[in-house]
Ligand binder design. Structure first.
Ligand SMILES: Cc1ncc(COP(=O)(O)O)c(C=O)c1O
Length: 364
């Protein structure tokens, strides 16, 4: 067992000894004197199904269905287990505020998502950034710390659309005994043999400590899951405040997430190239624009940023695109570093070549 998992398991064992261990149970067949469904609005007339989850997972909001979905999704991504959260934001907030402790260190890519930064802020661990996608810089930092070190990267960065060299990052973590966490928000659905993300594509499932998958992007729903070991799952159930103290996702949400995973599985199972359409449009755009514009992107994912420095400049271009019926958002500093203000263009399978040509024309 990884040392960090042993630490987590020891704390769980202590809780068991103290009689304080939290476990998810399904009370749906019981007479309800514990949920928050005060007016019975979550029940249908026959009292057989619920529209709401009626409470937190540890009180009344758990169900066989949600636990089954967690293991189905874990299987899909070839992880040992998974725990569903209400959004990617609260998943990251919970993960980073719960797992790294006083004396631990979190090393994060300087472009890491705000939800991870906020989670780190809530934790008692020390934290340091490393230069974007710079494995040597990361290694330099890794050599300085002892104890539990966590390294966090995104598999496709939300603003730059690029990816780290995940094999190298993972190797560095292995060499220095650090624990790797990967946020796959912008990779799942569009990266990997079945849209299962970059970690699965590179067969790194057993190397990472945790993966965060969100359902609000390519999966077209909302919510998120933290994938990792069974020990991690049990630990989060026991200690993660953004899991414990909130109403569970509704049965409708669970139904929709399952439906979307089925859709994804079917999409990749067909011989058609449909799952590649967004990527093809992105590549078409990049080759047509050529060197006439400064572009930032990577090989994975569907995001391309067109750099237009200066807040007023980029706002003007975005306004022009919008007046032509093209919804392209400008991203301003401080969301991105000053001088790298940009248009963030997301390509979708439902966009057409004509639309992309119009976009290029308007940009010119
Ligand atoms: C990399 C990354 N992680 C996490 C999140 C948060 O996910 P959610 O929108 O489900 O809260 C986002 C959303 O923008 C993101 O881009």
């Amino acid at each position: 067992m990884q040392p960090i998992l042993q630490i987590l398991q020891d704390k769980l064992n202590k809780r068991i000894e103290e009689g304080l261990y939290r476990e998810l149970k399904d009370y749906s067949e019981f007479c309800d004197f514990s949920s928050n469904d005060y007016l019975g609005f979550s029940r249908d007339q026959n009292k057989l199904t619920h529209s709401g989850s009626t409470g937190s997972r540890l009180i009344s909001g758990n169900s066989e269905d949600i636990e089954r979905l967690e293991s189905e999704i874990a299987n899909f991504h070839q992880a040992e287990s998974g725990l569903i959260f209400n959004s990617g934001y609260v998943a990251n907030l919970g993960l980073f505020s719960t797992i790294p402790n006083r004396g631990d260190t979190v090393l994060y890519d300087e472009l890491i998502h705000a939800s991870i930064r906020d989670g780190i802020r809530l934790s008692n661990a020390d934290s340091f950034s490393f230069k974007h996608n710079d494995v040597e810089h990361l290694e330099g930092k890794l050599s300085k710390f002892k104890g539990n070190v966590f390294v966090v990267v995104e598999s496709v960065y939300s603003m730059d659309g690029d990816s780290p060299d995940l094999l190298k990052v993972s190797e560095a973590c292995r060499n220095f005994g650090a624990n790797l966490i990967v946020d796959e928000a912008h990779a799942v659905g569009v990266v990997g043999e079945k849209g299962d993300g970059l970690v699965a594509k590179l067969h790194l499932q057993r190397e990472v400590f945790a993966t965060v998958v969100t359902f609000g992007k390519a999966l077209g729903s909302h919510g998120a899951i933290i994938l990792g070991s069974e020990v991690l799952r049990n630990y989060l159930i026991n200690y993660c405040r953004s899991f414990i103290y909130t109403t569970a996702p509704s049965p409708e949400t669970i139904f929709t997430i399952r439906k979307q995973y089925d859709k994804l599985t079917k999409l990749y199972a067909t011989n058609s190239d449909e799952h590649n359409l967004a990527l093809e449009l992105k590549n078409f755009f990049v080759s047509e624009v050529g060197t006439s514009r400064e572009l930032i992107m990577g090989d994975n994912g569907c995001v391309v940023s067109v750099i237009i420095p200066g807040i007023e400049n980029v706002k003007k271009v975005s306004k022009n695109l919008i007046s032509n019926g093209l919804h392209v958002k400008s991203i301003l500093s401080p969301t991105v570093p000053k001088g790298t203000e940009r248009l963030r263009i997301c390509f979708h399978s439902f966009n057409s070549v004509e639309e992309v040509k119009k976009l290029i024309d308007c940009l010119n």
